[in-house]
Every structure is written in structure tokens, then in C-alpha cells.
Write a protein that binds this ligand. Structure first.
Ligand SMILES: Nc1nc2c(ncn2[C@@H]2O[C@H](COP(=O)(O)OP(=O)(O)OP(=O)(O)O)[C@@H](O)[C@H]2O)c(=O)[nH]1
Ligand SMILES: [Zn+2]
Length: 377
């Protein structure tokens, strides 16, 4: 097996811009349940993700900022909660009434420990740059895009935040967040891992330049760099790959790809850290819960406030290039994967269909992939 090309070695050392690092830190604060000070030219707000907030967070934000917190929500999420949403806005404010209202507007619960947000949502209004940035930050943190947001009077945001041991971040920095460092990869490790269906297999691990995720290239047999290599791009699916969930076709596709590659002698399976089409396992479970109430897989993502498919395939192309494979025969039904590899400089010489029999639990999911995502037969 040849060594990965050395071009990657410098990628991890490239310094991320200061604002990307600041946004990553702010996202980590939200995940931890800590408020963050978000500010623009002449406004500042304290934001805190409801999902990780604690009982008493509304009161704590009110005493920190001196104003009553409202909610900032992605409109897709707000609509799914049964709230009225003005057209043409991607985020909204929702007022929290002081006590439980007799006529809650929301049909579903907003997860927030210790606070019955559902019963307390009253008026909604169109969002602004602050709600947009708050929602964007929650999505970068892979949290539900529903946040407490409280206006604050501050003259010097950095000083105000430092004296309260909080992080501050400009709304513009969040809105312009460039996650390309998360897509640049460095090769970090390699080992021989014989598989039941493919004994001659080596695993190569690659790490994103921002340290966020690690992707795997599973190299089966001895594929030749000059030839069109049989390749599978497989997005991580803990439920299907590991547990054998019948809700999707991932387990069959994963093992089926290993077998197909081993049968032809050699190829590459890229195992991409993109659980739940890039929204993460927790949000995928929430999407499943919405699907159990009637939404399809595409609408469920949007009802959570996420895109139907948040995946980016640049890391896949990067792994192939670093392993010196630039021409592939791609095992997939997904036209986006074919287009994306081409866009990132990998020639897809052939698309090889990758179907498995459906079952009663995944038939509707597979039909939706064909009908609404344009998956090929
Ligand atoms: N958000 C969400 N993700 C899902 C759902 N069902 C499966 N997934 C995820 O969808 C991805 C499926 O990945 P793949 O099998 O690689 O991709 P695909 O788009 O089906 O394309 P091909 O299998 O290549 O044809 C995995 O990350 C799964 O975790 C769902 O209902 N909602
Ligand atoms: Zn799956």
C-alpha cells in the first residue's frame, strides 16, 4: 500500500482565523448550557440554547441582562411548533408570557429543563440579525435552534462579557462562519483491520483541520491509483450500521459495499462522520420522532430548523486525493454524491446502483429518497 501523499501534512497546521475559533468556542459554550453575549453595531443580546439551559435560566438571564428573555427560533421549527410565522423571515422572536397562558399556541413541547416553554409562548414577531445569528450558532453547535434571547445595554461588549466570565461574539462573525477548516483533512493513522467479508483491509484515519471530526477510509485489497477504483461514500448511521435498525437501508448498504468491493478484488469505502445526513444522532432521533407523527424524512429535518441534507462531500474527495485515487466507479443511488465528487476534482467514471430489499419499516423512507431527493433506481 502506498503512503498517503504528503500534501496533507501541512493542512492541520494552518491557523484558523480568529473569528472561526471564536465561533467554535461560543458554540461549545451553548452546548455546555452557558449564555453567550452576541452583539452587533448598536445592539447586544444574551443567548442561551433552551436544550441545554437549566431550571432558572430565564430568571438568571433576566438578572444578568436586565430585560426579560424571549425565544429565538428557526422558522421551520416555529412552524412545526404550531406558531404563526411571518413570511419571508428565516428566524422569529417569540414572547414568553409571565405565567402559563390559558391558550398555549404551541402544539409540541420546546425542550427546556425546568420550564414549560410551551405554555408560555405568546406573540411572535419577525426575527432580526440577532435571532439569525443566535439560530446559526445553535445549528453550528448541532443543538435545537430554539434559544432564550435577552437584550442587554452594554457599552463595551468585550469588557462587559469578561467581567462576567462570559464569551462575546459578533453576530457578523457567526453569520459569516466558514467551516472550511472542518473540511480540510490530515491523515493521522493507519492499521490493518481484517474484516469478516474482506480480510485484506486497511483503515486510514483522517482528522479535520479544526479538530472537530475524524473520517475513515477503508481500503480493501490493493486498489491501483491509476485505475477507476470501486468506491463507496457511506455516511455514518449508528442506528443502521451498528444496531441493524430497520428504519433505513444503511446497514445493508455498508456491509453490501464491503462485500461488493471484496468480490471485485479491491476498492475504497469512505466512512464519513455525517450522522443523520449531517444533523447528528440526537437530531436524527428527533427527526424520527417527528416522522412517527407523520412527517417524511425531508420535512422532519426542516421542522427541526435544519436543511433537508446538511452533508458536504469535500472531505470525501480530499481523502481520495490524499490516497492518490482520482478516478472512481461510485456505488450510490444519490445524484448529489456523484455531482459533488466531480465538483471537488474526482472523476466519477461510472455510477454503480446500490439497492437492497426494503422492509415494512423503511419502505416509505426509501420512497421519499427517490421521490423528494431524486435518488436513482
Ligand atoms: N436526518 C435524517 N437522517 C437519516 C434518516 N434516515 C437515515 N439517515 C441518515 O442518512 C444517511 C444515509 O447515508 P447514505 O446511505 O450514505 O446516503 P444516501 O443519501 O442514502 O445515498 P446512497 O446510499 O449513496 O444512495 C446516514 O447519515 C443516516 O444516518 C432520517 O430519517 N433523517
Ligand atoms: Zn441509516
Amino acid at each position: 500500500m502506498h503512503e498517503p501523499s504528503s500534501a496533507s501534512a501541512t493542512a492541520i497546521a494552518e491557523p484558523a482565523t480568529a473569528s472561526v475559533r471564536r465561533v467554535d468556542r461560543a458554540a461549545a459554550e451553548l452546548r455546555r448550557g452557558t449564555p453567550v453575549l452576541l452583539h452587533g453595531h448598536d445592539t447586544a443580546v444574551l443567548v442561551q440554547a433552551t436544550e441545554t439551559a437549566a431550571p432558572g435560566s430565564v430568571d438568571a438571564l433576566r438578572s444578568l441582562g436586565g430585560t426579560s428573555p424571549r425565544l429565538a427560533l428557526a422558522t421551520g421549527r416555529a412552524e412545526a411548533l404550531g406558531l404563526e410565522v411571518a413570511s419571508g423571515t428565516s428566524t422569529i422572536f417569540a414572547e414568553l408570557s409571565d405565567g402559563p397562558s390559558s391558550q398555549p399556541r404551541s402544539r409540541h413541547r420546546v425542550p427546556m429543563p425546568g420550564l414549560d416553554v410551551e405554555a408560555r409562548i405568546s406573540e411572535t414577531t419577525a426575527g432580526d440579525a440577532m435571532t439569525d445569528a443566535a439560530v446559526a450558532l445553535a445549528k453550528i453547535a448541532r443543538l435545537a435552534p430554539v434559544l432564550l434571547i435577552a437584550s442587554v445595554e452594554v457599552r463595551v461588549p468585550a469588557e462587559w462579557a469578561r467581567s462576567r466570565d462570559l464569551l462575546e461574539i459578533k453576530a457578523g462573525e457567526v453569520l459569516e462562519y466558514d467551516n472550511s477548516a472542518g473540511q480540510r483533512l490530515s491523515w493521522v493513522a493507519e492499521a490493518r483491520v481484517p474484516l469478516a467479508d474482506a480480510e485484506n483491509t486497511r483503515l486510514h484515519a483522517f482528522r479535520a483541520a479544526d479538530g472537530s471530526v475524524e473520517h475513515l477510509a477503508i481500503v480493501i485489497g490493493e486498489p491501483r491509483p491509476g485505475e477507476a477504483v470501486l468506491t463507496r461514500l457511506h455516511s455514518e448511521c449508528l442506528t443502521g450500521d451498528l444496531l441493524g435498525s430497520l428504519r433505513c437501508d444503511c446497514g445493508d448498504q455498508l456491509r453490501g459495499a464491503v462485500r461488493a468491493i471484496a468480490e471485485t478484488g479491491a476498492g475504497v469505502l469512505l466512512y464519513l462522520a455525517q450522522e443523520g445526513r449531517g444533523i447528528g444522532l440526537v437530531n436524527k432521533l428527533r427527526a424520527y420522532a417527528l416522522q412517527d407523527r407523520g412527517a417524511d424524512t425531508l420535512d422532519a429535518n426542516e421542522a427541526l430548523g435544519y436543511e433537508a441534507d446538511e452533508r458536504v462531500y469535500r472531505p470525501a474527495a480530499e481523502m481520495l486525493r490524499q490516497l492518490d485515487f482520482t478516478r472512481v466507479r461510485l456505488l450510490t443511488n444519490n445524484p448529489d454524491k456523484v455531482a459533488a465528487l466531480g465538483q471537488y476534482g474526482i472523476t466519477v467514471e461510472e455510477r454503480v446502483p446500490h439497492h437492497f430489499p426494503s422492509n415494512t419499516h423503511n419502505a416509505a423512507y426509501l420512497a421519499t429518497k427517490a421521490r423528494r431527493f431524486g435518488h436513482m433506481s
